[in-house]
Design a protein around this ligand. Structure first.
Ligand SMILES: Cc1cc2nc3c(=O)[nH]c(=O)nc-3n(C[C@H](O)[C@H](O)[C@H](O)COP(=O)(O)OP(=O)(O)OC[C@H]3O[C@@H](n4cnc5c(N)ncnc54)[C@H](O)[C@@H]3O)c2cc1C
Length: 361
């Protein structure tokens, strides 16, 4: 009899781990949504209706032997996994890949594809009608959203407010920021840095309605619509018993260097959920998935095997500003401009890679 592996979450990491183990184990992938969301392309889908349907990929062709259960894990202590439906599992190996939440539209926390597509289209219509857009947060999501909006509607006015003194903080060289700042200025995107809103906008995010909000610097911002472009929350509230002790205050899960949860020899954690000192990226989640699948294969061959350690990757990034703009950075390569960034990412947003993972060549 093959061993059972249960994977919690069918995002970038969970889908890759489930697929990588499908031929050697009885895999169950538990995911609340009826489709995978390729959120790397979500901001393009917001401004370009041709992309909306394309970013939601069915799970039907992902696994050959294993199964995908549409459901939500409500608790696990590492031994028993309980779903919202009441279904219970006691897998031989557990892979926690429940990732993180982020404000819409960067991530789409809507279970049914039909509703997710409708919400995208409604927000697109509101954005199309607005003239002045306020984005809160000058990190990768705020800048990428500004670039997408300008590429679709060059005449719209965009203001980005961030309490930080510069755009994109953390582990990236000044040269990369300077390249982006130059492109943002050329696109006439206004940066209001070193301050934050003194009051919340009267409308909800993504809702059409003119307003003026003051900032703590004394500068007022006029806008017709706004989006929150900050606020990652790891999805780890369902961990219980001794497994919950691995949860840091931030919600991230502490893992050992072989990507197991400390004190649990058969429980692994991957992707955005982990407290690894590494950028939270789909690419990293995929690398963790391959690493954990290899380690589980070793244990399946011989339960006393020693496991391989994972080396976190240094910071690198590819940040499009629309299909033809943006900048990238990788150690040993340096900073790349709009042409290379469009070729590597902005022009296609890696749609084919993920269609291929999901068996949709
Ligand atoms: C706009 C945007 C652009 C990005 N661009 C890039 C990029 O170009 N390159 C890159 O490498 N990274 C990019 N990222 C980062 C990347 O999206 C994340 O790092 C990635 O989503 C992490 O993958 P994950 O599998 O760990 O988690 P997620 O993708 O968050 O998947 C977690 C899954 O678990 C499910 N889940 C949650 N709770 C439960 C539960 N209780 N039970 C069962 N299932 C559950 C969720 O529904 C979800 O499907 C981008 C992020 C954003 C927001």
């Amino acid at each position: 009899m093959a061993a059972n592996v249960l994977v919690v979450g069918g995002g970038y990491g969970g889908a890759a781990a489930a697929k990588a183990l499908d031929d050697v184990a009885d895999v169950v992938l538990v995911e609340p949504r009826d489709r995978f969301v390729h959120n790397v392309a979500a901001l393009r889908a917001l401004v370009d209706p041709d992309w909306v349907e394309a970013i939601f990929l069915p799970y039907s062709e992902l696994l050959t032997r294993g199964r995908v259960i549409q459901g939500r894990v409500t608790s696990t202590d590492g031994e028993t996994v309980v779903l919202e439906s009441g279904q219970r599992f006691t897998p031989d190996y557990l892979v926690l890949a429940s990732g993180s939440g982020y404000p819409f539209p960067a991530k789409v926390n809507i279970e049914h594809n039909r509703d997710a597509v409708a919400t995208m289209r409604t927000t697109h219509a509101s954005l199309a009608e607005s003239k002045r857009i306020l984005l809160l947060g000058a990190g990768p999501v705020g800048l990428e959203l500004a670039g997408e909006i300008k590429a679709a509607w060059p005449e719209k006015e965009i203001t980005i407010v961030d309490r930080g003194q510069d755009i994109i903080t953390g582990g990236l060289p000044d040269e990369f920021r300077a390249e982006l700042r130059g492109q943002l200025a050329a696109l006439d995107i206004e940066l209001v840095l070193g301050t934050s809103l003194a009051t919340q906008p009267p409308t909800g995010p993504g809702e059409l309605g003119a307003f003026t909000v003051p900032t703590h610097s004394g500068r007022d911002v006029d806008a017709d619509i706004w989006f929150r472009c900050y606020g990652v929350i790891p999805n780890s509230a369902y961990l219980s018993g001794s497994l919950a002790r691995a949860r840091r205050e931030s919600g991230h899960i502490e893992v050992t260097d072989d990507l197991r949860v400390a004190g649990h020899s058969r429980v692994f954690a991957i992707g955005d959920l982990t407290a690894l000192p590494e950028s939270k990226m789909a690419k990293a989640a995929g690398a963790h998935a391959e690493h954990v699948a290899d380690n589980i294969r070793r244990l399946l061959d011989d339960p006393s095997s020693s496991l391989a350690g994972y080396a976190p990757a240094p910071a690198s990034i590819s940040l499009p500003l629309g299909p033809a703009g943006g900048a990238s950075y990788a150690p040993g390569v340096g900073v790349l401009g709009p042409k290379e960034t469009a070729e590597m990412k902005g022009g296609h947003l890696r749609m084919d890679d993920y269609r291929s993972l999901f068996g949709l060549a």
